[in-house]
Design a protein around this ligand. Structure first.
Ligand code: C2E
Ligand code: CA
Ligand code: CA
Length: 836
């Protein structure tokens, strides 16, 4: 990633051309000088004098002030003094000879760059020749014994020297340092004028002394004068340079306070090159274990990538990037100069300060980046399912909320809820690792099949959801859903076994109101419908909305429903939480509407209760429940069946007789029937109800108190109606893991039940952690999606026969630590009973 290479070459060519030009000119002028001396029969000067000129010029070149501009050393010297004095004492060619010899000697002793030395010599030839010619022109006569030169001639000659010097020098410096001549000219202009003026004063004074033939004593002042001026100027230059340096360093450290590591490294590299007038600077992080090198010149970054670094030679200086207390190391800082260099004490200190400031900046940026990364990771974790990497429920709700708040441009939105069939069997027979593998593969396939913009989420267990967005028309939802589900059709391989995944999908279009909760509810209903009907997908129909249904039902729909046996019953197994075995089943009514499909109690129950059809409805449910119980018993599963009873039915004096008649008709022992009562009865109703129930209890029918914990006075209900079971409301089970209050309610319910010898059944158990927690709280039975959703009696029988882990009648594996908990005593008279 070198950026400047072609530039470097171009600069080099220009420089060589310029120097060449100066050398050629100097050669020509030198020839002219010699020719003039020969023509004018100039005498050969005293060798001692020549030696003196040589020595003085050598010394004055040696005593020089170094000003570093960028990477080249610019020199201000006192060499002008011997030139001017020499030109007054001896003919020009001799001055050229002595002065350039002095210059060359210094250069050779310094091991300097040859090209620079040649240029310096050529420049001096031009300068001396021009100055000498001017002196001659203004009537000066060089002579060691009787020098003649008017002050005016000296001043004009010196001005010519100055001009020629700058004319030759400035373009070369400008090219070498890649700046403009103007900039070079203006650089420290005041300082240079001062030096020239001081030199001129010295020169005029010395020459006046020489011309007037004064004693050598006076000459003693010259070195003192020159020395003082030199010292003053050096000091001034140095303090100025240091001040500028500090300011630059302070500015740079300010700039380094960014939290963006890239910015820190790039600024530091470029400013480092500026600060140290270096060719290039490298920041090498490889020693700290990060494979990264940043290289920059003063113009900008030239490389940022993996190591190794480029500079390591004699011309570079390396500083450890470490904090002042050496507690943190970030790598190394390498400063490369164009040639071998030794840093002054001040520069060394500056380098250390810069390196430690840079290290602190890198540490801060790295800490910030780490913080940022942790934040991002946390945000990711909060929104994703760790097993499959899909979005989680929370993320789905958030995205849906955005849609409902109108903050997205997602077009028509629908929700597809997917539930795998028989997934529990995979877990039970192949183990959890295989189950996880299946879930991951299902997630991958769904994610691949999703259209851009769709959000695939895992809600937990074997339940997935897809938010379908940008549907051109609502009708497209079914098509898209079927595409997604067909992605699951090909068999997948887990631990060398071919597994077929079956799934049911419920589709619901985003409703106008009710938000994500309503959307979920609808998709859930649709999915349940698909499962029950054995279809791949089902769509929630708008006409199923309660409002519409109620309107239709008022028009005599209920009568037909009863007559046509449209009310059907699903059964949800109730399971022993410890062993996973099914101990009974709850009957839940459904309305199979010819036009609107599958309706849940929530949608029709209220209307049924208010209509004259309640007795017929209740009778139909009881009939089907007892019939199912008979079928299971014949198949070897002697399970009690629980039937929900409306409070209104209990107030009906004919109710107990109907129940007993049905029991007799189906030949089901009364102990095999549990009536679930809502806790919503008022105290005044309780008396009536308890009398009706006494009759049933005496016959042997069991009673359960439903939705326990949600009513106002559970104890007064219990004191009036001696029930056998308490069913803990789903709300407490859902809140169990997050609320200590819910746990406390469950615990006190269990305690109460134990002292009254009642069985406790938890409703809505959806996860293994809930099952565990309930078991540990002493609750021995439960029902919920973890074990099974409500299903037809035929399917329930099939499920019972298939069993779990080779155990017919079981729906889940036994809890491993079941024995560690003291089990509630099961009494034949109060428990729901258990059969295999
Ligand atoms: P319920 O007696 O509390 O019945 C349990 C409800 O919870 C059922 O809803 C069941 O599908 C649902 N459920 C079971 N496990 C889970 C789970 O893990 N998670 C979730 N979220 N829900 C679960 P469903 O079938 O919609 O019944 C609603 C209510 O309608 C019942 O509540 C019951 O009070 C009433 N009901 C149902 N069938 C009859 C009936 O034949 N007669 C009367 N009078 N009421 C009935
Ligand atoms: Ca119930
Ligand atoms: Ca309930």
């Amino acid at each position: 990633m070198r950026i400047r290479s072609s530039n470097d070459d171009a600069t080099d060519r220009q420089l060589s051309l310029l120097i060449g030009l100066v050398v050629v000119l100097a050669a020509g002028v030198a020839t002219l000088d010699v020719w003039h001396a020969v023509v004018t029969h100039a005498a050969i000067p005293n060798p001692l004098l020549l030696l003196l000129i040589y020595a003085v010029s050598a010394i004055s070149y040696r005593v020089k002030i170094v000003i570093r501009i960028r990477s080249s050393n610019n020199v201000t010297s006192w060499g002008d003094v011997p030139i001017m004095v020499g030109l007054v004492l001896v003919p020009t060619p001799w001055v050229v000879l002595c002065v350039t010899a002095g210059l060359a000697t210094v250069r050779i002793l310094n091991h300097g760059d040859t090209r620079k030395a040649i240029f310096a010599v050529a420049k001096e030839v031009l300068v001396i020749s021009a100055t000498g010619a001017t002196l001659l022109l203004f009537g000066a006569h060089p002579s060691a014994d009787h020098p003649q030169a008017s002050a005016a001639a000296v001043v004009v000659a010196y001005l010519v020297l100055w001009i020629v010097d700058d004319l030759v020098f400035h373009p070369v410096i400008a090219v070498a340092s890649r700046t403009t001549i103007r900039k070079v000219f203006l650089h420290d202009f005041g300082g240079r004028v001062f030096v020239r003026a001081a030199t001129l004063a010295t020169v005029v004074y010395v020459i006046e002394v020489l011309v007037s033939g004064a004693t050598l004593l006076l000459l003693a002042f010259v070195p003192v004068l020159v020395g003082c001026a030199h010292l003053w100027r050096s000091r001034r230059l140095r303090t100025q340079q240091e001040r500028d340096s500090w300011r630059q360093l302070a500015d740079t450290t300010d700039e380094l306070s960014s939290v963006d590591l890239n910015q820190v490294l790039h600024i530091a590299a470029v400013q480092g090159a500026n600060l140290f007038s270096a060719g290039e600077v490298e920041i090498d992080l490889t020693t700290s274990g990060v494979d990264r090198v940043v290289r920059a010149g003063t113009d900008g970054v030239t490389y940022d990538g993996p190591g190794p670094r480029k500079f390591d030679g004699e011309s570079s200086i390396t500083a450890e990037l470490e904090t002042r207390d050496r507690s943190y190391r970030a790598g190394e800082l390498v400063i490369d100069f164009d040639g071998k260099i030794k840093l002054t004490e001040f520069e060394q200190y500056k380098l250390k300060t810069f390196a430690s400031a840079l290290c602190t900046a890198i540490r801060n940026a790295a800490a910030y980046a780490e913080l940022q990364r942790i934040n991002e990771q946390n945000a990711y974790d909060a929104a994703h399912d760790p097993l499959t990497g899909l979005a989680n429920r929370r993320e789905l709700y958030e995205r849906a909320d955005e849609y409902f708040a109108g903050r997205t441009e997602d077009g028509v939105v629908a929700l597809l809820l997917i539930d795998l069939n028989h997934f529990k069997e995979v877990n039970d027979t192949l183990g959890h690792a295989a189950g996880d593998a299946v879930l991951r593969e299902v997630a991958r396939r769904l994610d691949d099949a999703a259209a851009p913009g769709d959000l695939v989420a895992r809600l937990g267990g074997d339940e997935f959801a897809v938010l379908l967005v940008n549907l051109i028309t609502p009708a497209l939802a079914t098509h898209r859903a079927e595409q997604m589900l067909s992605a699951l059709e090909t068999t997948l391989e887990v631990e060398g076994m071919q597994i077929t995944v079956e799934a049911a999908g419920g589709i619901a279009l985003a409703p106008g109101s009710g938000g994500i909760n309503e959307l979920m509810r609808r998709a859930d209903i649709a999915m349940y419908q698909a499962k029950r009907a054995g279809q791949q997908t089902a769509t929630y129909a708008h006409a199923q909305d309660t409002a519409d249904v109620e309107r239709l039902m008022l028009g005599g729909e209920l009568q037909r429903a009863v007559a046509e046996q449209e009310f059907v019953v699903d059964f949800q197994p109730i399971v022993d939480l410890g062993s996973g075995e099914v101990i009974s089943a709850e009957a839940l009514a459904r309305w199979q509407h010819p036009e609107y499909g599958y309706l849940t109690p929530m949608q029709f129950l209220e209307t049924v209760e208010r209509s004259g059809q309640l007795p017929a409805f209740a009778d139909a449910v009881l009939d089907q429940a007892l019939a199912a119980s008979g079928v299971w018993r014949e198949a070897g599963f002697d399970l009690p069946v629980a039937v929900n009873v409306s409070p209104r039915s209990l107030l009906d004096p004919r109710f107990p007789a109907t129940v007993l008649t049905q029991l007799a008709r189906h030949d089901v022992p009364p102990e095999r029937l549990v009536l679930e009562l809502a806790e919503t009865l008022t105290i005044s109703q309780l008396d009536t109800v308890s009398r009706a129930l006494d009759e049933l209890r005496e016959a042997g029918v069991r009673l359960a108190l439903d939705d326990f914990g949600t009513g106002v006075s559970p104890l007064s209900v219990l004191s009036h109606i001696p029930v056998n079971q308490l069913k803990i409301d789903r709300g407490f089970v859902t809140a169990l893991e997050t609320s200590s209050e819910a746990a406390a309610v469950i615990r006190s319910t269990v305690d109460l039940a134990r002292s009254l010898h009642l069985t406790v059944i938890a409703e809505g158990v959806e996860s293994e952690p809930q099952r565990h927690a309930l078991w540990e709280l002493g609750c021995v039975a439960g029902q919920g999606h973890l074990f099974a959703r409500p299903m037809s009696s035929v399917r329930l029988l099939g499920t019972l026969q298939r069993g779990s882990g080779g155990r017919p009648g079981a729906l889940a594996s036994a809890l491993h630590d079941a024995g560690a908990v003291v089990r509630m005593p099961r009494r034949r008279a109060s428990g729901p009973g258990r059969t295999g």
